[in-house]
Design a protein around this ligand. Structure first.
Ligand code: ANZ
Length: 943
């Protein structure tokens, strides 16, 4: 009996598509192009997760739909294949990480193919491919060769960097150092996680609470020379660029917050002898505000220059360069102790809101430039060295952190902003118990009293600028990108450090000539750490490490690039994956870019999406790509959680207690209404039933149970394996189920009976068209070559319209619901016109492509349906020819009449009057009024 058998159908169509290269994209799109990109996976050893096919099915539907509507579609897939797990495996087994990586890629490829995605597999790539690495290194050379011109706000060739005469006068080394200080890729000391016990540097994700994740050993923070990328230069461009992008508002907000632009003022406080303050001021009004803080001033950054009169103390970061100068001998021991304690804390620990503030007085005072008042200078770790100027003026009346600090150390609190009349907490503010951080009116601020905050900010900044004591300033939270890792399994940097005869660095360096790229990873005998806080590539043989070039001796850079590097530009390589001359041909790049739709998880909101935008802007500035933003539209798929888990509560006497009455005690244990600790019992789905928005014990409507779903994880044992789903239900069922679970963007729990449900639907689709009783696959007898009747036609055209509109809107779950309605309707019909069945199969095809191809063939076609024109609907067929109208008499429903849909008012009134039930109701009464609401109802008023 020809039953629907996905296990047979699906592999057959997959090999058909593969052999015929059905989904190969044209090299150059002819007209209407569509570039649809998936966030490519990291090929982990666990294989594909059910979260992957969610986004991948969504984009596949978009692509299949677009091809049928005549668009040229580019839909590629690849692998983000560098990464820690493969390296850890190599350390353990001695096997090269490439071996493990390639195994995993093979598994992922098999699994992706098994789901019938319409990728152009000929364009597939892995970031670890040596040819790909070559171009990642080449882009690094572009970054290295670029400086950011603040004037024109764009990246330019380093050769165009103007060299100040004073630098030029110092000779070639000074000029080179000046260039290095302006490149977008530069070297700097940064802290790394050095684990002496493991003898290796660890990535941040391998460190948990200051100890190694592996083995739980202590980790030290050590400064090490590293590569940085000057992403901060592009902060403004990265912010502005967001405006024109069709991205979820939440993701834009995350990027904005990450960039963290704030605007305020830099202000100099005098730190010389107080008696000379006036002279200093007079001098400053001649010299003006220097771009670097002069020796005799402590420079602060503030977003609230309007509160200068309320600055009662100052704070400098423990790492601030003026600490030594400002610390008096009496305070010296305390300051040293404090600085050491601070060096063990991360920035996050230092700035977390709820911590009690710590600090130490330097013993010195500075002079407030607006009123000549002396203010004590403190050291505290809530001020970060890396933000603003690393020093603040503290205004405890109006800044929460400063308020906490002032209360703790008994420093004066002076209010200088009066809250508006309708502000909350006015009393508490007036008493100095809480600080007021909002805007209001200036008080105790000399000439500014009575002015609103915004004006005071402006006027004080203008005044300070005139006096050479301050200037308007903008700051960003964004930090430069720490771009090197002490790892083996990453892209080597194409950089050479000059060395002397002993192998010591001379300080000069050069890049590897572009035409000799790639720099491949060296052979290592084993991958075990060498036990020094240096990169593993230091273990490479001298042959790899040392290079002679133009008569000089060099040592290769031994850091490698982070995993982020490869994912910064992979979408460009898909456009022209085999090009050996260029990273992408400009002609093809112009034709395909930007990516029209990018789908992936929201966890990449900041890093990947910001890094790749940054690289793209540099490539754009340097003329290598034609558009300033890579991803025009972004959609985030929601997370798929594990199946709902049900928990009931039981007392000692085995009595079930409704979860509505259960509380948690201080130890986190569940307690019942009598205060007794309860037992928790895990229940099966069959033991519970749904009651409105909650669940109860089966047959016990009063006993509620908890129902929660959790993120899928191995340790919880709730991971769903796509291989098993495909084996038991078929790939089309998996695809359809993931799209039917709910809106694409929503977080939703997995539910196995839901998978069964869509499988039943596909079985019914099969039986709607195929004769289930025949020996071989033949059309069902109900499928006829007749014209559809009016109702069937309307059902067909409605379905075409809804599925088209919903698919366009990426509202896949509602499109599927409409197809289900169609099948419900036609499986009840004795006659299923072939034209309607064919149109339906085409509508279904982006969603369940294997089944659709099989049915299309059964309907007598010998070509793939992948490029069949998408069905269109006829508005006229949607209109109902008759209407059912309710008739109300004195507000009560009395009858229903059926009339032609286009009948005019008089005709409707006539039909109402002719109705038996209306006539009966009107007997002996007088008709006062007749109201016809066209298409809706008729209302009669009688007396
Ligand atoms: C005085 C003041 C008064 C401030 C007031 C705020 C409110 P954002 O918006 O994050 O840029 N600040 C400046 N540099 C700092 C650093 N390195 N570490 C910690 N805090 C620092 O915040 C800027 C504000 O944060 C600045 O404005 C400064 O405190 C503080 F009623 O100056 B403000």
């Amino acid at each position: 009996m020809p039953r629907y058998n996905p296990a047979e159908i699906e592999p057959r169509w997959q090999s058909f598509w593969e052999q015929n290269k059905t989904f190969a994209a044209p090299s150059l799109p002819s007209g209407d192009k569509l570039y649809v990109l998936d966030m490519f996976p990291y090929p982990s050893g666990d294989g594909l997760h059910v979260g992957h096919p969610e986004g991948y099915t969504a984009t596949d539907i978009v692509c299949r739909f677009a091809r049928m509507r005549g668009r040229d579609v580019l839909h590629p897939m690849g692998f983000d294949a560098f990464g820690l797990p493969a390296e850890e495996h190599a350390i353990k087994t001695g096997e090269h990480p490439r071996v493990q990586t390639e195994k995993n890629i093979a598994t992922f490829t098999r699994q992706l193919k098994m789901l019938g995605f319409s990728y152009d597999w000929d364009r597939s790539l892995a970031t670890t491919d040596v040819e790909y690495v070559r171009w990642t290194q080449w882009i690094f050379l572009v970054l290295y060769d670029t400086w950011f011109d603040p004037e024109s706000q764009r990246g330019r060739a380093i050769a165009e960097l103007p060299i100040p005469e004073s630098v030029a006068a110092q000779g070639e080394n000074a000029v080179e150092a000046y260039r290095d200080a302006h490149r977008l890729a530069y070297e700097d000391d940064a802290l790394v996680n050095w684990c002496p016990a493991l003898g290796t540097v660890l990535a941040n994700e391998e460190v948990v609470d200051g100890r190694s994740e592996r083995g739980n050993h202590p980790v030290q923070r050590l400064p090490l020379r590293q590569w940085m990328l000057r992403i901060t230069a592009y902060a403004e461009r990265l912010l502005e660029g967001l405006d024109d992008l069709d991205w979820p508002a939440g993701i834009k907000k995350l990027q904005q917050d990450w960039i963290g632009r704030s605007s305020g003022a830099e202000v100099d406080f005098y730190i010389g002898p107080p008696a000379e303050f006036e002279d200093w001021k007079a001098r400053r009004s001649d010299t003006g505000f220097a771009s670097a803080a002069p020796e005799d001033a402590l420079r602060v950054y503030t977003t609230r220059p309007d509160t200068l009169f309320g600055a009662t103390y100052m704070v400098i970061a423990p790492e601030h360069p003026l600490v030594e100068r400002l610390t008096t001998p009496e305070q010296s021991a305390a300051v040293t102790r404090y600085r050491e304690a601070a060096s063990f804390k991360s920035d996050r620990e230092r700035t977390e809101g709820d911590r009690t503030k710590t600090g130490v007085f330097t013993g010195s005072h500075a002079t407030n430039p607006v009123n000549g008042q002396p203010v004590p200078v403190w050291i505290a770790d809530y001020v970060l060295a890396s933000y603003g100027t690393g020093a603040i003026m503290a205004v405890p009346a109006h800044d929460i952190r400063d308020h906490e600090f002032a209360v703790q150390f008994g420093l004066p609190i002076v209010r200088v902003v009066e809250p508006p009349a309708d502000a909350e907490d006015r009393e508490a503010v007036a008493e100095g118990r809480v600080c007021f951080a909002g805007h209001g009116t200036a008080i105790a601020s000399g000439p500014y009293d009575g002015l609103p905050t915004e004006q005071v900010k402006q006027q004080i900044t203008d005044r300070l600028t005139e006096e050479g004591l301050g200037r308007h300033a903008i700051n960003y939270k964004l930090r430069d990108w720490l771009f090197s890792r002490q790892r083996f399994w990453g892209e080597p940097f194409p950089v050479l450090h000059e060395v002397d005869a002993e192998g010591n660095r001379t300080g000069r360096k050069r890049t590897v000539p572009a035409e000799t790229l790639p720099v491949d990873l060296p052979h290592l005998d084993d991958f075990k750490p060498h036990g020094r806080p240096e990169p593993p590539l230091e273990k490479a043989s001298d042959e790899w490490l040392f290079v002679e070039l133009d008569g000089r001796r060099y040592k290769r850079e031994t850091n490698t690039m982070p995993q982020w590097a490869g994912s910064c530009w992979y979408f460009l390589r898909y456009i022209d994956p085999k090009n050996t001359e260029q990273f992408v041909s400009p002609e093809l790049e112009r034709a395909w870019m930007p990516v029209d739709l990018y789908v992936g998880g929201a966890e990449h909101a900041v890093l990947h999406l910001l890094y790749s935008r940054f690289w793209h802007k540099v490539l754009y500035d340097r003329g290598h790509v034609s558009v300033p933003e890579p991803f025009q539209r972004l959609v985030n798929q929601g997370m798929i959680l594990g199946e709902l888990e049900y928990t009931a509560y039981q007392s000692d006497g085995d009595e079930f207690i409704s979860s509505a009455e259960v509380r948690e005690n201080e130890e986190g244990k569940a307690v019942g209404p009598a205060g007794n600790v309860l037992r928790t019992v895990k229940l099966e789905e069959s033991q519970v039933e749904k009651a409105g928005d909650h669940f109860v014990l089966s047959g016990e409507p009063a006993i509620r149970v908890d129902a929660r779903s959790f993120k899928m994880s191995k340790s919880r044992g709730n991971v769903v394996n796509p291989d098993a789903i495909v084996r038991d239900y078929g790939a089309d069922s998996l695809r359809l189920y993931e799209m039917f679970m709910g809106p694409l963007e929503a977080t939703k729990p997995w539910n196995m009976s839901g998978v069964g449900g869509v499988r039943n639907f596909l079985d019914r689709v099969w039986r709607m068209i195929v004769d289930a009783r025949a020996e071989e696959v033949t059309l069902a007898a109900e499928v006829v070559d007749a014209e559809p009747d009016e109702d069937s036609l309307r059902m067909l055209h409605r379905t075409i319209r809804s599925v088209t509109e919903d698919t366009e809107a990426m509202s896949f779950n509602t499109a599927i619901a409409r197809m289900m309605e169609f099948v419900n309707y036609f499986t009840r019909q004795e006659q299923r016109p072939r034209a309607a069945m064919e149109a339906f199969v085409l509508l279904l095809s982006p969603y369940a492509p294997h089944l659709a191809e099989e049915l299309w063939k059964t309907l007598g076609h010998d070509q793939t349906l992948a490029y069949q024109p998408w069905p269109t609907w006829d508005e006229a067929a949607l209109v109902e020819s008759t209407l059912e109208l309710p008739v109300q008499i004195n507000g009560k429903m009395r009858a229903k009449i059926t009339v032609p849909a286009d009948l005019d008012q008089a005709g409707v009134t006539e039909a109402v009057m002719a109705n038996d039930r209306v006539q009966a109701a009107l007997e002996g009464k007088k008709l006062v009024k007749t109201v016809v609401v066209p298409g809706r109802m008729v209302s009669l008023v009688v007396k």
